[in-house]
Design a binder for this molecule. Structure first.
Ligand code: HEC
Length: 146
């Protein structure tokens, strides 16, 4: 009698142990799937390490207006991939620094392809370097922290 109750306890114990192992395994699988998606997003963003500089409020506001009037939203959205990459994803890749502002400003003016695995970005030769820099600052400022 004593033995069988001990056996029963052991069986139940093993059962619970087994079930929790299965539960753990499933959690692990879910985590792996999630990190797979995160990994893909990370590979897409290809974040360049570097310190963010502060962009003055009025520059950001001006850039936002310039972009609204330049037809950029035909191909871009702030937070969703469209024909072109989401502006927020561009902000995540590049640190806010004059060198990256100029890189993006040149790309806005000259167009290009290949940075985001997307089709071609049309050139905007009528946009001045100064306005393109302001637009670039607006885009970069979408992710000021980290
Ligand atoms: C005809 C569609 C189209 C229009 C209009 C357009 N873009 Fe783009 N843009 C793209 C595509 C496509 C890419 C990705 C190009 C690549 O993969 O290199 C892109 C990329 C970018 C990038 C990232 C460049 C890089 O090298 O990381 C910036 C910044 C940008 N666009 C800003 C703008 C601004 C500002 C305007 C408005 C003046 C604009 N775009 C208008 C399609 C467009």
């Amino acid at each position: 009698m004593i033995l069988s109750s001990a056996t029963r306890k052991l069986t139940i114990g093993l059962l619970i142990f087994g079930l929790s192992m299965i539960a753990c395994d499933q959690k692990k699988v879910q985590k792996d799937v999630l990190s797979e998606g995160e990994k893909r997003h990370r590979d897409y963003i290809r974040k360049i390490p570097g310190k963010d500089e502060h962009v003055p409020e009025e520059v950001v506001a001006k850039g936002e207006v310039l972009i609204a009037y330049a037809g950029c939203y035909d191909c871009h959205r702030i937070d969703k991939k469209s024909k072109g990459p989401a502006f927020i994803d561009i902000a995540k890749r590049y640190p806010i620094q004059p060198a990256y502002r100029d890189l993006l400003a040149r790309k806005i003016i000259s167009g290009g392809y290949g940075s985001w695995g997307n089709p071609v970005m049309v050139p905007h030769p009528h946009i001045s370097m100064e306005n393109a820099q302001t637009m670039a600052y607006f885009i970069l400022s979408l992710e000021q922290e980290d």
